[in-house]
Design a protein around this ligand. Structure first.
Ligand code: SOE
Length: 382
């Protein structure tokens, strides 16, 4: 069987995660990598045993031997790269947030649809098996009517003013940093699970470190924690370290969540709670195989992932038996499996987040930014 040939764009933390997950699929080859320079691309290719590397992503996107691309670069490059990839008929899987503006996201969605290519936005966190179990519980009415949702996505890797990464700079990241980087996951998740659209937001974004000390070399996501702070330059910062949002969902559900990259001790703590008229659930990404189920009139439960006990289609997202953990890397594999399944066979369902979800995410991020600037509620028509 001929393998699908894919190109990796970006040589950072996500480039490594994507490359590993793609290789576990079996039917896809990471044929080339493009980086911001020949030397960075070569170092990545050497580390991950990729045959071809280049600093010239544009030429790679025009290469007829490449079928698909993964865009894992700083956010400002997503739209220009995706545009050229689509124009050259490549299938595109892009990191979130999809673009810098909703206008760009709409343009990409329209172009991808017109060209008939397969497109995805990497909201991988949907695909923990237990999370899919929650989706099935909601769909089958086990929770009753959804009344309230709450939670957080909290990290600590940008706590100190010496912590640095491209995401800090609006020019590369966009104006919304914690909200764009991890709030985008939270809002995508809650809508995916409840099937309720977010209709109004009231948010506040805060930058605690108005100046950060930028190391004079480049810093990989999460790795700044181990740098020694001897060679920095001070630069002004206007992207958010923290954000809080009140939400309306659907006709009458209500909710709230926070995002933070300065919460000591929270490494990658994505938590959500969903409460319905019958029961509630609570999940934390740092303990991904466990699900708390709350009852009013009987003892609460904690269930542990076991494909034989997951309901509906949720078992299809677990590749290992009960007691064998499935985590962050696996969530990517599950999404990529479906993306490439669709490329291989267009009669497969679109059961992964597309550019339409990426566009919805951008509209929500813009609404949160507007709300924070005007200190009031903003309606969203998704
Ligand atoms: C950094 O905050 C980051 O890598 C995000 O960009 C990812 O989307 C999240 O899954 C983990 O944290």
């Amino acid at each position: 069987m001929q393998k699908i040939r894919t190109a990796m764009l970006g040589t950072g933390f996500m480039g490594i995660v994507h490359t590993d997950a793609i290789r576990r699929l079996g039917n896809v080859e990471v044929a080339a990598v493009a980086g911001s320079s020949d030397s960075k691309a070569k170092a990545f290719a050497d580390q991950l045993y990729i045959d071809r590397s280049t600093g010239d992503w544009e030429s790679l996107l025009k290469d007829p031997s490449i079928d698909a691309v993964h865009i894992c670069t700083p956010n400002a490059l997503h739209a220009p790269m995706a545009k050229i990839a689509i124009a050259n008929g490549k299938h595109v899987l892009c990191e979130k947030p999809l673009t810098m503006t909703s206008g760009e996201a709409k343009e990409l969605l329209d172009a991808a649809e017109a060209r008939g290519i397969v497109h995805a936005t990497n909201h991988n966190l949907r695909y923990y098996p237990v999370v899919q179990h929650v989706r099935q519980m909601v769909a089958s009415g086990e929770l009753g009517e959804i009344l309230a949702v709450q939670g957080t996505y909290s990290q600590d890797w940008l706590l100190y003013d010496t912590d640095y990464n491209w995401r800090i700079e609006a020019e590369h990241n966009g104006k919304l940093r914690a909200m764009g980087d991890i709030g985008s996951h939270w809002m995508d998740m809650i809508q995916h699970l409840t099937a309720l659209p977010i209709t109004s937001v009231c948010g506040e974004l805060t930058t605690f470190h108005k100046t950060r000390k930028k190391p004079k070399g480049s810093v990989q996501t999460f790795s700044g924690k181990t740098l020694s702070p001897d060679d920095y330059e001070a630069i002004p910062i206007d992207t958010d370290d923290f954000g809080a949002v009140l939400l309306h969902l659907g006709d009458r559900a209500r909710g709230s969540f926070t995002v933070s990259q300065i919460s000591a001790g929270n490494k990658n703590s994505f938590r959500f709670e969903i409460y319905g008229t019958k029961s509630g659930i609570s999940w934390n990404q740092e303990r991904p195989d466990e699900l708390w189920i709350g009852h009013r009139n009987s003892p609460n439960q904690v269930i542990v992932k076991d494909p034989s006990l997951l309901i509906g289609g949720a078992a299809g997202f677990a590749d290992l038996p009960g007691g064998h953990s499935e985590g962050y890397d696996d969530s990517h594999k599950q999404l990529f499996k479906r993306f490439y399944g669709r490329i291989a066979n267009r009669s497969n369902p679109i059961d992964y987040p597309t550019f339409a979800d990426g566009l919805r995410g951008m509209l929500l991020l813009e609404a949160v930014a507007e709300s924070s600037a005007k200190r009031g509620w903003v309606d969203v028509n998704l």
